[in-house]
Write a protein that binds this ligand. Sequence first.
Ligand code: 2AM
Ligand code: CA
Length: 269
Amino acid sequence: MQTSSLAAWKELALHCARSAGKLSLARMKEPFTVEYKTSASDLVTAVDKEVEKHVVDMILQRYPDHGILGEESTFTGDPGKFDTLWVIDPIDGTTNFVHQQINFSVSIAVYHKGEGLIGVVYDPSRDELFHAVKGQGAFLNDQPLRLNRQVHLEEALLCTSVFWNKRAEQMGIDQIVKKLAGKVRGMRLLGSAALELAYVAAGRLDGYVSLSLNAWDFGAGKIIVEEAGGRVTTMRGTPLPYDQKSSIMACNPAFYEELQHYLSLNENT
Ligand code: 2AM
Ligand code: CA
């Protein structure tokens, strides 16, 4: 991988994230349609689709030979066929976008031959831009992020995303949350996995766990947490995939093993 390509991809990823965030904020002030995907708790808006198309167009205009894996499936090619794959979620936290008008983000990652190289998460409502390039550290705006605080699990503020569906129940989500909540200082549910991962990198949260996320929810956040010095794996402790659904645990390295022990006690994860 040439350094010049990496720098150019990073600039484009940052530009796309800022531009997508600006478009979301503008559209938020106007009426927009909201549809149910699978249920009343699984929303998609016309803005999600428009913003994804905006990002996909910008990427393909510059790099027509790159592939894209996006939540709204604007790109119709087979993601498995491309060496360089952009993994994007135009609005991560759509329910927050609709209800709260804060706590949503744009998530953009670049993977090359399966290796995560660039991660960008942008929160347009607070104008906070988190980014990382593999081997070059993680940043919040221009501030470097480094997880060097020693945190014990008992002192940790943990975050999770809970989908209370049949599958999650079968996987024992209630048991996991109950067990963890009794062990840590506090639990949070913010509703945008990408932003929650960025907050782990920034030390605003000490860890994030979820039974099942899509690749575009964690693609960028994983790279940012790792570059800040955190650990990110599946709940079983195996490497995270970059192109399919997975469980995830991301945390301050000080209590990774202890947290992993807790999560692995639930054999279905
Ligand atoms: P979204 O807003 O892009 O759908 C909390 O709801 C977090 O989980 C958000 O990042 C949300 O992303 C994601 N999410 C919502 N429903 C999901 C599902 N069925 N599977 C995986 N992730 C989901
Ligand atoms: Ca989304």
